[in-house]
Write a protein that binds this ligand. Structure first.
Ligand code: GTP
Ligand code: MG
Length: 370
């Protein structure tokens, strides 16, 4: 339950504090303007004064979900967030591995990516690029959609020896729906059966017109195996990013999006987040969805502990009160009490929503009986 001082309530009602004190006195509640009253009393007062403003509004308790923009002069260039999409086995993870000089594919169960991996690379020109490697398996359509929402650019991987497959089309549709620019990476060109030209032609059927077909979608032939064309792919991403003029304010409390989260046996709830703006620091208190927490540790994509993470950086966050959902926004708040208050408020809201839905369900149940 929320408490509010008499003066604060008076301010909100545009009434004199003394008048509220008088009214309270008449209601057998002798208080001063600086004392707090509970929600029910506040409501009584509001009614007494003939105002319609009931309940301390949600916006005062919750954190504004509408993103107010940071002032122009505080914005700095930020790395692009690139999501790699494409059909199963077309080489998304291999491409990612080749770009960052790692080998994730080998460690995967059955070579199938089960979650969204988030990595950042630094190019030869010292440009940072954040990559999200989304699963290509049909069962993960949902996650792929989430991947598209935090993304600036999509790299659509198509195996030159296979062609346009169901999940290639799905990826195209998701990308278009999200309004995100696309770069086509025609992979596995080292294979003898590779036929990149045929891929370009087939893409036309899905209204993807690549540059080589006189369109404006950049296309690059690559091989994750031999490393051919990787520089060109990086270049294409750089070019696209430049056009987008991606910027964010680094020197403010962080706001980040949860990419994935799970309960880790040893470490407790862990979330991989992507910082949208601001800088996330160790010790920061935050709310994320209906959970609150305090950053106990930040771990980068190489498993190294870091002190802070700026815009576009993917980072693992430890110190959550529970497991949030992918897509939840993490917001840094001033203190733990505030974090808990907001999280609790959101949980209440979520419960209310569920109860509000129950009668409707009963109605339909009875309707079915008649
Ligand atoms: P999912 O995560 O299951 O969707 O697959 P993915 O798209 O990540 O494909 P992955 O990187 O696991 O590669 C699938 C297979 O293709 C592996 O056996 C890779 O070694 C192979 N492969 C990937 N890229 C190339 C390439 O450029 N050339 C050749 N010859 N093989 C490749
Ligand atoms: Mg993979």
């Amino acid at each position: 339950p929320e408490a509010i001082t008499v003066q604060e309530l008076a301010n909100r009602m545009a009434e004199k504090g003394a008048d509220l004190v008088k009214a309270l006195f008449n209601m057998d509640m002798p208080v001063t303007v600086n004392q707090t009253i509970d929600q029910d009393t506040a409501e009584l007062l509001v009614e007494e004064f003939g105002h319609n403003m009931v309940r301390v509004s949600a916006a005062d308790i919750d954190i504004s979900q509408t993103v107010e923009a940071d002032p122009e002069e505080t914005l700095r260039e930020r790395p692009p967030v690139v999501t790699i999409m494409g059909h199963v086995d077309h080489g998304k993870t291999s491409l990612m591995d080749a770009l960052r000089g790692a080998n994730v594919v080998k460690g995967e169960a059955g070579g199938i990516t089960q979650h969204i991996g988030a990595y950042q690379i630094v190019t030869k020109d010292k440009q940072k690029i954040t990559f999200l490697d989304t699963p290509g398996h049909e069962a993960f359509t949902q996650m792929r959609m989430r991947g598209a929402n935090v993304t600036d650019i999509v790299v659509l991987v198509v195996a030159a020896d296979d062609g346009i497959m169901p999940q290639t089309i799905e990826a195209i549709n998701h990308t278009k729906a999200a309004g995100v620019p696309m770069i086509v990476a025609i992979n596995k060109i080292d294979r003898p059966e590779a036929n990149p030209q045929r891929i370009r032609e087939r893409l036309l059927e899905h209204e993807v017109v690549v540059e080589q077909m006189s369109g404006d979608v950049q296309d690059v032939e690559v091989s994750a195996k031999t490393g051919a064309g990787l520089d060109k792919l990086i270049e294409a991403i750089g070019l696209q990013a430049e056009l987008l003029e991606l910027r964010a304010r680094p020197d403010r409390e962080a706001e980040a999006t949860v990419i994935e989260a799970q309960l880790d046996k040893g470490r407790g709830p862990v979330a991989t987040v992507l910082v949208n703006r601001g800088t996330l620091k160790r010790g920061d208190t935050f709310v994320v969805g209906t959970q609150s927490g305090r950053v106990r540790a930040l771990v980068d994509d190489k498993g190294k502990q870091i002190k802070e993470a700026g815009p576009s950086m993917p980072v693992e966050v430890l110190g959550l009160g529970g497991v949030p959902q992918a897509g939840d926004v993490l917001t840094v708040v001033e203190n733990e009490q505030r974090a808990r208050e907001v999280a609790e408020y959101r949980r209440e809201q979520a419960t209310e929503k569920r109860t509000a839905m129950a009668p409707a369900n009963l109605d339909t149940m009875f309707a079915g009986l008649n």
